[in-house]
Design a protein around this ligand. Sequence first.
Ligand code: AMP
Ligand code: MG
Length: 379
Amino acid sequence: MMPAMRRVSRWTIRSMAAAAMALACVLGGCGGADEPAAAPYATDAVSVTFRQETVGDRAAVRGDADFVTMSTEGRLVVYAADRARAETAIRAALDRVAEIAAALNRYDPSSELSAINAAAGGAPLEVSSTTGRAIEAARHWWQASDGAFNPLVGPLVVLWKEAARAGVEPSDEAGEAARALLDMSALDCEPLADGRYRVRLPQAGMQLDLGGLAKGWAAEEAVAAARRTEDPHSVLVMLGGDGTVWSEPGWPRKWTVAVQDPRDAGSRTVLTKIELANGSVVTSGDYYRYLEVNGRRLSHIIDPGTGRPTTGRLAGATVIHPDGGGADALATACMVLGPDEALALLARTAGADGLMLSLSGEALVRHETAGFAACEIGP
Ligand code: AMP
Ligand code: MG
């Protein structure tokens, strides 16, 4: 018997407000929506609307979906030739998001990720291509970030969350024990002939936590699923601050994505905006999501080098990358590394650009790549 002991929706410690670290600002306004869709969709709290719109010299149907997934507010916008195509694309994207959320939720005991974690130190498991590919992506970005991004921080995340609950820092012994479980090079993740994967965590106690990459990866996978339907013109998927946009060649309008001021928790003040036709943009930050131990605010991001929450050298990191998992993992790695090493990481990563924000007293200090400045259109 497997009673629902834990709530599936407890996906990460990210709160709803936290999820809105960066907001999609879609040009063209949001008024005048009509005709809500009747059939149920795969994600929670969905509202879907369609309306006719003219974009440049093109007439198109625009479909908007607001939903909740992975404890995060999601937003999806599709432009297509007609309503049927827009709806098909939206359904495909939401189905894909729901599938990924179910597979990678480490707080749901019935997810594939939980099964892998439960089997750590034991026999290998066969898992779906979704789970296998996400783990492969995480391993790639672990390597590319020289270990600043490390999805085996699972036990350290749990340790520091417990510390926050108890109001006492973890003991040195507990910290050392969790740090001994970070060896990603020992992880076994092999594709099988049928597209599934065989995965094994070699040490008992190891726990994968894909929270640093899953939303960005899922946003890109959702856009890809929408594109595989009947030729949408343009698609945006934002999961909290993690987004992917795509437009067909010649589509007359780029997407605008806003980066929120990381100091301004409540009012979602826009710090700056970037324009993008294709690619992913992800913001990682500590301002909303943090742990508190003895009145001290601690980051929810763990520095794998020390086994402790990162020291807050950055208030926020926004990364642009052609792939969603890459943008997400890089943004988390940047938060670990601090401004100088983060810029060095982005400089040596093909296709990566970013804006890092540090605090000098109350003032924000910008650290950005030239490519980021080129996409930026200002507040
Ligand atoms: P993000 O908001 O994308 O920066 O992801 C933060 C989440 O990733 C945390 O809540 C943890 O679940 C996980 N995480 C924390 N530290 C790391 C790290 N150094 N590498 C990979 N994932 C991490
Ligand atoms: Mg991330």
